[in-house]
Ligand binder design. Structure first.
Ligand code: NDP
Length: 434
């Protein structure tokens, strides 16, 4: 805490992971001797820089940019860029630290990093966003590269921003470096299946967890919060596997349709019209709409998939789920459940898939995009999807086996932290003190 004053988010994340890792350090005194604890919690490099740009009124604006290159023991730094007013060094360090273990869990050779800016793209014109992205990249380009650090999108950074940054990077460096960013458009090096990867991957992971317990999605009532990228493709895959999704939400409220949510209508409202979820009732008057998003967890279900945002499932919601007989929860969003809510799930023997493992399909598919870029080749949708399915199954198996090996039985929170950490630790030991 003395080393990282005021970095609450970072300190919390480190504490959570290190608590899970206590049995590993007990088993491996050589890790302590090699200073692994201190080394793995210190980012390899933190870059913070000025991003000056000119708005549409001709006024100069100054934002702050970051790139945290946390750990490259198993491969080049990989992690998204977040543009949101809440961005600060603590948040980027926390995300970079978590990313290191999530990336390791995918089984692919990618290290951990994260970056972003306190710039708010909301309400900005296309030209303003472009000028900001160019100003941001004019500094970031010094630190990244397709064999060194490969940023991707995150909150506030989608295909538009990636496109502007990709175009500018290649222009000012006088290169055509296809693999320097991921999340690219399909016409210039993006991967088929990336859009679906996090939602589909979440359901593949959950399906493994269910099968291991002798269950499946067939004929189960499922609640999926959110109606964005992750939620929509999670709903699609649950329906394909025979489950009935009875509720979903946006930041205003949630809808309940006991006959099963009509996904085409949700896609039309949210993806095409960028409308509000309550418009669902205009076409399906038998459905119910409730204002406020947290109430969604009171809808009775067998399986709950939080896919909206961080902090959306608190301890009270967790208790309601348990009372209603929900037996499985898996996180599509990053940190949707509070630590107290997770404790309720674990204490009540609910099958629980933590986001670090369950939503790793997105970054896994980004790594597949890097492979395709290196080969100058594109796989078909089916080829990417098949690889994703195998990766998610492996993540489940490795997390489960690590939990069992260290005496934590079904606890995938501990299991995923341990499985992700061990590969990083072994690589760092092999490299010596560097
Ligand atoms: P989107 O922006 O596409 O969708 C977010 C959805 O959540 C929207 O429906 C939004 O509603 C809703 N939402 C936002 N805030 C709230 C809130 N406070 N309460 C209820 N609903 C809310 O984001 P993604 O689907 O891409 O991401 C969702 C989560 O998954 C995030 O935590 C993200 O970090 C995580 N994630 C995403 C990955 C990806 O590949 N996309 C990969 C791994 C994790 P509205 O329409 O009203 O804004």
């Amino acid at each position: 805490e003395k080393r990282n004053p005021n970095e609450t988010e970072f300190l919390d994340a480190v504490k959570e992971v290190l608590t899970s890792l206590e049995p590993v350090f007990d088993n491996h005194p050589e890790y302590i001797e090699a200073g692994l604890l201190e080394r793995v919690t210190e980012p390899e490099r933190v870059v913070s820089f000025r991003v000056p740009w000119v708005d549409d009124q001709g006024k100069v604006q100054v934002n702050r940019g970051f790139r945290v290159q946390f750990n490259s023991a198993i491969g080049p730094y990989k992690g998204g860029l977040r543009f949101h007013p809440s961005v600060n060094q603590s948040i980027i360090k926390f995300l970079g630290f978590e990313q290191t273990f999530k990336n390791s869990l995918t089984g692919l050779p990618i290290g951990g990093g994260k970056g972003g800016s306190d710039f708010d793209p909301k309400g900005k014109s296309d030209n303003e966003v472009m000028r900001f992205c160019q100003a941001f990249m004019s500094e970031l380009q010094k630190y990244i590269g397709s064999d060194l650090d490969i940023p991707a999108g995150d909150i506030g950074v989608g295909a538009r921003e990636i496109g502007y940054m990709f175009g500018y990077y290649n222009k000012i460096k006088n290169v055509r470096e296809q693999g320097v960013l991921t999340g690219k458009g399909l016409t210039y090096g993006g991967s088929l299946g990336r859009t679906q990867a996090t939602g589909y991957g979440l359901v593949y992971f959950t399906n493994e967890m269910l099968q291991d317990a002798g269950k499946s999605f067939r004929h189960q009532r499922v609640v999926v919060s959110g109606s964005g990228n992750v939620a929509i493709y999670a709903i699609e895959k649950v329906q394909e596997l025979g489950g009935t999704v009875v509720a979903c939400s946006d930041s205003d409220g949630y809808i309940v349709d006991d006959n099963g949510i009509q996904l085409d209508l949700i896609k039309e409202i949210k993806l095409v019209r960028r409308g509000r979820i309550k418009e669902y009732l205009e076409k399906v008057p038998t459905a119910k709409y409730v204002e406020g998003f947290t109430g969604i967890w009171s809808v009775k279900c067998d399986i709950a998939l939080p896919c909206a945002t961080q902090g959306e499932l608190d301890v009270e919601a967790a208790k309601v789920l348990v009372k209603n007989g929900t037996y499985a929860v898996a996180e599509g969003a990053n940190m949707p459940s509070s630590l107290e809510a997770i404790k309720v799930f674990i204490d009540n023997d609910i099958l629980f898939g933590p986001g670090k493992a369950a939503n790793a399909g997105g970054v896994a598919c980004s790594a597949l995009e890097m492979s395709q870029n290196s080969m100058r080749y594109s796989w078909t949708f089916e080829e990417v999807d098949e690889k994703l399915k195998r990766i998610m199954a492996d993540i489940y198996t490795n997390s489960k086996e690590a939990a069992v090996e260290y005496g934590y039985d079904n606890n995938l929170v501990v299991g995923s932290n341990i499985a992700g950490f061990l590969k990083v630790a072994e690589s760092m030991m092999a490299h010596g003190i560097v």
